[in-house]
Ligand binder design. Structure first.
Ligand code: AP5
Ligand code: MG
Length: 217
């Protein structure tokens, strides 16, 4: 099963994608995570993207399309994938359609996680991540079972994203409204768009998502 998770910054795309990956073996393809890894490894893509990400602006379409095309062609993606953070513009959605058609692949569902804006700001402001395995946490909504120790891998190192601040969040939300929201009617017109209430607590959102996708547990 190949799906797209859509939603504003902080809507819960990464949280839900990781849970789907763990339970069903679908591969999470987070373009944001790929870009952050590229920055960490001092790769040319990361160097080109860093200033844009820090300002909350989108990285150019051509770079993102190339990144996803390379990743989607790898054998593990044949098990099924979850696109998290891609496509983010109409040209990216069109390029995705083309590349999937060329590879004889198809999308099974496009799901929008719907969350009010004031909630989004609260979510990104409290977010932190295990520096070793990438497990996501929140100061209020999801703290590690043992304070300071990652539930998943036992690491004691955590990181916070440079773009998770109030000022950058304004630009990220504006980019979502102006450049990403127009892909909702694009998928609606194809009869593929479904919505999930993302305001509930994480497990309830996940249960709704699994039910909507119709995957057997
Ligand atoms: P990216 O990394 O994709 O960031 P984003 O879209 O801004 O989304 P987030 O990762 O902030 O939110 P999320 O929906 O994953 O929320 P999460 O599950 O972590 O992109 C970063 C940047 O890279 C972009 O700004 C852009 O510059 C660039 N970029 C990436 N892809 C691109 C593309 N295709 N084209 C161009 N540029 C691109 O949840 C957030 C927090 O809330 C967590 O702490 C979590 O624990 C908590 N939480 C989650 N769900 C719930 C819940 N139900 N209840 C309570 N708390 C919850
Ligand atoms: Mg994310």
């Amino acid at each position: 099963m190949n799906i797209i998770l859509l939603g504003a910054p902080g809507a819960g795309k990464g949280t839900q994608a990781r849970m789907l990956e763990e339970e069903f073996g679908l591969i999470q393809l987070s373009t944001g995570d790929m870009l952050r890894a590229s920055i960490k490894n001092h790769e040319p893509l990361g160097l080109a993207a860093k200033a844009l990400i820090d300002r909350g602006e989108l990285v150019p379409d051509a770079m993102m399309v190339r990144l996803i095309e390379t990743r989607i062609s790898q054998p593990d993606c044949a098990k099924g994938f979850i696109l998290d953070g891609f496509p983010r513009t109409v040209p990216q959605a069109e390029a995705l359609d083309e590349m999937l058609a060329e590879k004889n692949m198809k999308l099974d569902a496009v799901i929008e996680l719907k969350v009010d804006e004031e909630k989004l700001v609260e979510r990104v402001a409290g977010r932190f991540t295990c520096a070793k395995c990438g497990e996501g946490y929140h100061d209020t909504f999801k703290t590690p079972q043992t304070s300071g120790v990652c539930d998943s891998c036992g690491s004691t190192e955590f990181s916070r994203r440079a773009d998770d601040n109030a000022e950058t969040m304004k630009t990220r939300l504006q980019a979502y409204r102006d450049q990403t929201a127009p892909i909702l009617p694009y998928y609606q017109a194809k009869g593929m768009l479904k919505g999930v209430d993302g305001m509930d607590e994480m497990m309830s959102v996940y249960d709704s998502l699994v039910q909507l996708l119709g995957i057997k547990r």
